[in-house]
Design a binder for this molecule. Structure first.
Ligand code: AMP
Ligand code: GLY
Length: 425
């Protein structure tokens, strides 16, 4: 079976490593892939947003199955176009991907179907938004409606900051047409949990829970990034909370999408906040999280390609999906300065002993060497019986990898460890 994977980050590397493990897998093409993916797939210089390019390539190569991993091509309808060309895919169509592509769509869905989330209002004009901002409590959260590379969320401590945020999104169009509307919502407090789930439109199977580390600096300081590391499972996510999320959030979301005529097939990501009033949805993503995929997939025991085929063929209820016991930790090695300005093009030397998995995110090949080529460069993941061992394993490998200008947080998993210790007491 020849497979095409759209994307070229650490998440796609983790997906490709899993697909490789299935004996049915023939060639794997990565569009565009990266320097590390090139060791296990043929990288083709077609960008993830180039929908026409992706479809023509898939048709020309007689691809048997396509996996569309990033948000942009999903929201732009890559799966719709591949299906029209007769190619089976893993990933939602554009109508279902709107659950990530439009925050106002997602919020209205939750309101209509009683799915717990922060209180909110949607505005498309500055004046009405400003009137509302004069009457509310602070802090509150201002979000651009559309995709904004994870930068479209602004936490505002007072009215002036909120007005400035709305002005920059709606009037100055800081995020382009992604800011044609803004969502203004209540500020929630509590631990955050990421839960990725396989769904074939009707059945939903949550994966092991995880915790992202979004801020650039240690102690959760600095700017929001795509994610500086992750651990799984998330110690805050108890059996009891998982049961509640299944009943109050996961199943109602899947049913709501069917009721709206937009059944969701693929990986649905629930960004949750465990508030004192119960778990609430912070955001949905229409795809695997990055770096969450780099801790969840290494713990997946069941074959990933078999699951993806079952999702596409709507028979997820018939397969047994298992995860290994134990824990995983992924430390992102980034280019210093990320998520703002940073320098790349530095050779990477890797003397790690192979006990940790080194996923490539922003790397490229230059002759015989691999060089840094992005903000997030590598994702170094270790799995072990305990979280403590997984953290130690990941940092031991990070210590053996170097490139000029490398930066990584030294506290990935620390808050999770503290939480799991206080649970034991
Ligand atoms: P998002 O891009 O929607 O995941 O938001 C990025 C981050 O902003 C989240 O991971 C949260 O830490 C924070 N955030 C988003 N919405 C809220 C909210 N309503 N209350 C508190 N924090 C929030
Ligand atoms: N790590 C968060 C995301 O993938 O959106």
């Amino acid at each position: 079976m020849d497979i095409l994977v759209v994307g070229g980050g650490g998440r796609e590397h983790a997906i490709i490593k899993k697909l490789r493990a299935n004996p049915k897998t023939g060639r794997i093409y990565a569009l565009p892939g990266n320097g590390g993916i090139a060791a296990e797939a043929e990288c083709v210089d077609i960008q993830a947003k180039d929908i026409e390019g992706i479809v023509s390539f898939a048709v020309a190569q007689k691809i048997d199955f396509a996996v569309v991993a990033p948000d942009d091509p999903l929201v732009l309808g890559a799966v719709d176009r591949l299906h029209e060309a007769g190619i089976p895919c893993f990933g939602p169509n554009a109508a279902a991907a709107a659950i990530e592509g439009s925050k106002s769509f997602a919020k209205n869905l939750m309101r209509k179907y009683g799915i717990p989330t922060a209180q909110f209002r949607v505005f498309d004009a500055y004046e009405t938004a400003a009137e509302y901002l004069a009457t509310t409590d602070y802090p509150l959260v201002v979000k651009a409606d559309g995709l904004a590379l994870g930068k479209g969320v602004l936490i505002c401590g007072n009215q002036a900051a909120a007005q400035a945020a709305v002005q920059s999104i709606l009037v100055e169009k800081r995020f382009g047409s992604s800011g044609d509307k803004v969502v203004v919502e209540e500020f929630l407090r509590g631990p955050e949990v990421s839960v990725l789930a396989f769904t074939d439109g009707r059945n939903i199977v949550p994966m092991v829970s995880s915790m992202d580390h979004k801020r650039a600096l240690e102690g959760d300081q600095g700017l929001n990034t795509g994610g500086m590391g992750a651990i799984a499972p998330n110690p805050y996510y108890t059996e009891e909370i998982a049961g509640r999320c299944m009943r109050e959030i996961f199943q109602p979301t899947v049913r709501a999408m069917v009721a709206e005529g937009r059944p969701f097939k693929g990986c649905l990501y629930f960004g949750l906040m465990l508030t004192k009033n119960g778990p609430k949805v912070i955001e949905y993503n229409c795809r695997f999280g990055d770096p969450e995929a780099q801790v969840v997939l290494p713990l997946l025991e069941t074959d990933l390609l078999d699951i993806m085929l079952a999702v596409e063929e709507e028979r997820l209820g018939k397969i047994d999906i298992r995860f290994k016991p134990g824990a995983a930790c992924c430390v992102i090695m980034a280019s210093a300065g990320y998520p703002e300005q940073y320098q790349t093009g530095y050779p990477i030397s890797d003397d790690s002993d192979g006990s940790a998995i080194v996923y490539h995110a922003g790397t490229s090949r230059q002759g015989d060497s691999i060089v840094s080529a992005g903000g997030r460069v590598l994702g170094v993941t270790a799995t072990a019986d305990t979280l403590r061992q997984a953290i130690d394993g990941a940092y031991a490998a990070v210590g053996k990898i170097s490139f000029a200008n490398a930066y990584f947080r030294r506290d990935i998993g620390r808050s999770a460890l503290l939480a799991s210790h206080s649970k034991e007491r």
